[in-house]
Design a protein around this ligand. Structure first.
Ligand SMILES: O=C(O)C1=C[C@@H](OP(=O)(O)O)[C@@H](O)[C@H](O)C1
Ligand SMILES: C=C(OP(=O)(O)O)C(=O)O
Length: 437
């Protein structure tokens, strides 16, 4: 990454990752055919797709974001011929855990080095209360061995953390359980599962942070248009905000209210983001976003926004480093159990770039405006940043190059392909000085 430059032009980021996973899962369990457009052809969503193929579902594509799923009905999945590899994808593993706990065959879920270090008891414990039999390692991690049981029973579960993965895992198990399965959230988390169940004609009760489904219904195949992923758009929202002279239009970005925390945070910092032509896209709100560079100031990030911006926080840290004054994040301990420990790994990278940063157990403080006094100005040798195989860390530091005082070399970034395979090409097209070696 060469320092400097700005972002200008019009781009469309790839389809939403969370929605792409759910489209494959619910389309596979539906009666009839589901036509999907805008599917994210990234490794995480492809891991979900491959798992359902191995359980006997006929899935055409993906070709140019189009997928056709020939659903087998709620009880039509077949035993796979070996362990299902979820790669780097926490969403695949946790959601499938709930769905597979209800199947009449055994399965084993495995993943890469990052995924097998992530906590799984948050789903296996409430699923056990529903009657599921799932064996984890002694540390509560994958591989997960899921054994068939005669039946699951609905529970009423108050979630200790605001996690859409936990909520969705239980709701998917609830489709097969006797009686009613209810989940209460301590704070709102993304609601794509609830919205998509409704799109497939499955009744979902929602009131005051509580979601319930009755087992034994059916899903009907439908047509789904998946909006652009705001988590991928976030890198450009930050990049165009911090690089003087930027003016970027991001088309068709998902604007689900449970996902737009990043826009609220950046606007509170002074970002100039216009929401244009808000409209509906298959049960999900979308809009075009025009972002122009603006002077940013540090803020205290309101805790209720944390679950609504959880995957975008690494990019927000780059905005904070470029802002005037201090930014303080608290209530975000979940960042420590993502693809990497995103608090520590981001803090280490920012410190290497001369940014004063103090990690805390549940967040960090970043002293902005220090790029210029970092002692790195005009440096020829690149500052080397280890992304720890974390796609969001790698893309955040790529965007940082727009303001950083020295060239940046980012190591271990193959996993960018998990969520945003075209990131390098797309960002170069609008002005990022990026070179893939
Ligand atoms: O349900 C989902 O699709 C996701 C939920 C979030 O995880 P948590 O449920 O662990 O907060 C998020 O970080 C992840 O990238 C995708
Ligand atoms: C945390 C993420 O994904 P997952 O939990 O599905 O691995 C992410 O994409 O930032």
């Amino acid at each position: 990454m060469e320092p400097g430059g700005c972002l200008r032009g019009v781009i469309r980021v790839p389809g939403d990752k969370s929605i792409s996973h759910r489209a494959i899962m619910l389309g596979s369990l539906a009666d009839g055919t589901t036509q999907v457009s805008g599917f994210l052809e990234g490794q995480d969503a492809l891991a979900t797709l491959a798992a359902f193929r191995r359980m006997g579902v006929d899935i055409e594509g993906p070709a140019d974001g189009r997928v056709v799923i020939h659903g087998v009905g709620l009880h039509g999945l077949r035993a796979p011929d070996g362990p299902l590899d979820m790669g780097n994808s926490g969403t695949s593993m946790r959601l499938l855990c709930g769905l597979l706990a209800a199947q009449p065959f055994a399965t084993t879920l495995i993943g890469d080095a990052s995924l097998v270090a992530r906590p799984m008891r948050r789903v296996t414990e409430p699923l056990a209360r529903m009657g599921a039999r799932i064996v984890t390692t002694g540390q509560g991690t994958a591989p997960l061995s899921i054994e068939p049981v005669p039946a699951l029973r609905g529970i009423d579960y108050p979630m200790p953390i605001a996690s859409a993965q936990v909520k969705s895992s239980l709701l998917l198990a609830g489709l097969f359980a006797t009686g009613r399965t209810c989940v209460t959230e301590p704070a709102p988390s993304r609601d794509h599962t609830e919205r998509m169940l409704a799109a497939f004609g499955y009744p979902v009760e929602r009131a005051q942070g509580r979601v319930c489904v009755h087992g034994g219904g059916r899903l009907t195949g439908c047509t789904l248009a998946i909006p652009g992923d705001i988590s991928s758009a976030a890198f450009f929202l930050v990049g165009a905000s911090i690089a003087a002279g930027s003016d970027l239009l991001l088309e068709q970005v998902g604007m689900n209210p449970t996902r737009i925390g990043v826009i609220e945070i950046l606007r509170a910092m002074g970002a100039d983001i216009a929401i244009l032509d808000p409209r509906d896209c298959g049960g999900e709100p979308v809009a075009d976003l025009r972002v122009r560079s603006a002077p940013l100031r540090g803020i205290r990030i309101p805790e209720p926004l944390v679950p609504l911006a959880i995957d975008e926080l690494p990019a927000v840290f780059i905005a904070a480093a470029s802002a005037e004054g201090e930014t303080l994040l608290t209530g975000a301990e979940e960042l420590r159990v993502k693809e990497s420990d995103r608090i520590q790994v981001m803090a280490d990278g920012l410190a290497a770039l001369g940014v004063p940063v103090e990690p805390r157990p549940d967040g960090l403080s970043i002293q902005g405006g220090a790029w210029a006094q970092s002692g790195l100005e005009g440096a020829r040798a690149p500052v080397s940043i280890d992304s720890h195989h974390d796609h969001r860390v790698a893309m955040s530091f790529a965007i940082a190059a727009l303001r950083a005082p020295a060239p940046i070399e980012i190591r271990d970034c193959a996993n960018v392909a998990t969520s945003f395979p075209d990131f390098a090409a797309l960002s170069a097209r609008v002005g990022l000085r990026i070179r893939v070696v």
